[in-house]
Design a protein around this ligand. Structure first.
Ligand SMILES: [Zn+2]
Length: 180
């Protein structure tokens, strides 16, 4: 079931989310609904606060690059109570967007490689390494569960240039939804 998205301006996007104590049927259903919501909006990742819930959960579905550099189908991944346990000093800049901040894009610098520890839907712990676009996506989603948005990582005049667009998103999406 597709859930309504939270938009820029919504206080839930600024909350430090809470760890999941137990992977109940309710949590499993939420993850299922998050997958539906991400797919319906053509996203490559989604975090629980983006559907209004303060849980430390995010999912990613990043298209993978083959040897020729062509992007193909990705793999759906679920991260519950994730921790970034390592990241490379090497960084890359990529153009990011966010389902909660429609129409806004910007260049964000993040580590090229990260190692993440998390629980999967079965409650089993895993540790996995991600690079490039996948690393960016994991870090973008991990920021969400700490109340951080990609636009916070853009500084100076690049950030200033986004201000008007951000105000517009707040008016057009968040405020409009709230009045309903
Ligand atoms: Zn986002």
């Amino acid at each position: 079931m597709e859930l309504p998205l939270s938009y820029y301006g919504d206080p839930v996007l600024r909350k430090k989310c809470q760890p999941v104590d137990e992977i109940t049927d309710e949590i499993k259903k939420l993850v299922e609904d998050m997958v539906d919501t991400m797919e319906a909006n053509n996203g490559i990742g989604l975090a629980a606060p983006q559907v209004g819930l303060e849980h430390r959960i995010f999912i990613t579905y990043v298209p993978l690059q083959d040897e020729e550099g062509e992007y193909g189908t990705g793999q759906l991944r679920v991260f519950i109570n994730p921790e970034i346990i390592e990241f490379s000093e090497e960084q890359t800049e990529m153009n990011e967007g966010c389902l909660s901040i429609p129409t806004v894009h910007g260049e964000v610098v993040r580590p090229f490689r990260v190692k993440v520890q998390a629980l999967n839907l079965e409650g089993n712990e895993f540790v996995e390494e991600f690079t490039g676009l996948e690393a960016h996506c994991v870090l973008h989603e991990n920021d969400h569960i700490n109340g951080v948005l990609f636009v916070d990582r853009i500084r100076g005049k690049e950030r200033k240039a986004l201000d008007a667009q951000l105000r517009k998103v707040k008016n057009d999406y968040y405020s409009r939804r709230k009045k309903k």
